[in-house]
Every structure is written in structure tokens, then in C-alpha cells.
Design a protein around this ligand. Structure first.
Ligand code: ITT
Ligand code: NA
Length: 203
């Protein structure tokens, strides 16, 4: 049976399809259920939003549903954009617009410093997964994160969102320069998925 993921983010859909392929599980997203309305994400935490997305869609469809709430937390911006990552540059903003906004905010902070260096701040990607089963009302949850730097020199065509700006010193590459396999091996989403799989295996 297919795994239903409560997302409309094409980047996430691709990553889930790839990661779950080895389980022999086809992935369905909200593109397969156009009648499902968008869930308002008004939670204060990734966990709140992930649970809300999974429960709303799960109750509506009457089937188990997985939801991912994720984002980028930048230290010099006190954790922003955080849960607002998808709409940092405003409601309906594109990835490109959000990236421009992030660099603007960080470059503004750097003004007045005499050394200009491309690595603007440390930060981390965070992912919270919630799997909700409407049959028993229970959640199974997992989360993951990955540390890196925000670079003023975007690079790479892989991944999505803030990946071109997220520099990994150990790889000397941005997240967008990694292959799908490489990204999944180290990413916040990959880590959360592995923790979720472990929890499911124990049942
Ligand atoms: P759904 O709610 O429909 O799943 P969304 O894009 O609105 O899609 P979120 O509310 O969880 O999802 O916001 C996540 C944002 O965080 C996403 O739009 C990106 O800007 C960023 N993000 C999350 N994971 C990322 C990743 O692996 N690489 C780059 N950016 C990521
Ligand atoms: Na969202």
C-alpha cells in the first residue's frame, strides 16, 4: 500500500519517493488528493505543525498519513526563519525569493565589519515527521537536524529551498551540490526518516 505524505512541496515529494522506494512503497502526495484543502500552519514548533498536517489530512482521508514540517534555523538571526522558512519573503514566496531575503538579512548584519567573508552564520536544517493513524488516533514521530553554514555564494542545482545557500564544511559543498543519495545520508529529513523507520520496525 502507498504511503500518503501530507505535502505539496515538490522537493519533499521527490525525496520521500526516493527514500521510501527501498521499502517498495509508492508515495502519494497532496497532488494526488487535490480535494484536500491546505492546512493552516499556525503552530509554534515544527512538531506542532507536523502533527496538525498529519492529523487534519489523516482524519479527512481516513487513512494513515505522514507529514513533514521542516525549516532552516540561522544562529545570527536568533533561529529565524525557523517555522516560517517556507514564507520568509512573504506568503506564497518562491524558494528564490526566500533565498534573496535570507542573504539580505545576513548581509545587513555584516555591514560595518571590515572583513567580508562568504560564510555568514552557522545554522541548521530541522525536520520533524509525524505519522498519524486515524484508526487509533496515535502519532509516531521522529526528528532530525544537520549543522552547516549559510554562504553568500549560492551554488548547486540539486535539492530545493535553501539548499544552494547551505554550506557543509566537511564536504566543501553546498547541500544543493550533493546527489540525492548524499543528501539523504546526512540531511535532517534522512535522519528523521531513519529514526521513524527504526520506531516502526520495533512495533
Ligand atoms: P508542505 O507544508 O506542503 O509540506 P512547505 O514547503 O510549506 O510544504 P514547510 O512548511 O515544512 O513545508 O516549510 C519547509 C521550508 O523549509 C521549505 O519550503 C524550505 O524553504 C525549507 N526546507 C525544508 N527542508 C529543506 C531542505 O531539505 N532543503 C532546503 N530547504 C528546506
Ligand atoms: Na507548509
Amino acid at each position: 500500500t502507498a504511503i500518503i505524505v501530507a505535502t505539496r512541496n515538490q522537493g519533499k515529494v521527490k525525496e520521500f519517493a526516493h527514500a521510501l522506494e527501498f521499502m517498495g512503497k509508492p508515495v502519494r502526495s497532496m497532488y494526488d488528493y487535490p480535494e484536500v484543502p491546505e492546512v493552516v500552519e499556525d503552530g509554534e514548533t515544527f512538531a506542532d505543525n507536523a502533527r496538525k498536517k498529519a492529523k487534519t489530512v489523516g482524519d479527512l482521508l481516513g487513512q494513515p498519513v505522514l507529514a513533514d514540517d521542516s525549516g532552516l534555523c540561522v544562529d545570527k538571526l536568533d533561529g529565524a526563519p525557523g517555522v516560517y522558512s517556507a514564507r520568509y519573503a512573504g506568503e506564497g514566496a518562491t524558494d528564490e525569493e526566500n533565498n534573496v531575503k535570507l542573504l539580505q538579512e545576513l548581509e545587513e548584519l555584516q555591514q560595518g565589519e571590515d572583513t567580508e567573508q562568504p560564510l555568514l552564520s552557522t545554522g541548521r536544517f530541522v525536520c520533524h515527521l509525524a505519522l498519524y493513524n486515524p484508526a487509533d488516533g496515535q502519532f509516531i514521530e521522529a526528528s532530525g537536524s544537520v549543522e552547516g553554514w549559510i554562504t553568500s555564494q549560492p551554488s548547486g542545482g540539486g535539492g530545493f529551498g535553501y539548499d544552494p545557500l547551505f554550506y557543509l564544511p566537511t564536504y566543501e559543498k553546498t547541500m544543493a551540490e550533493l546527489t540525492m543519495e548524499e543528501k539523504q545520508a546526512i540531511s535532517h529529513r534522512g535522519a528523521a526518516l531513519r529514526e521513524l523507520a527504526e520506531k516502526l520496525n520495533k512495533r
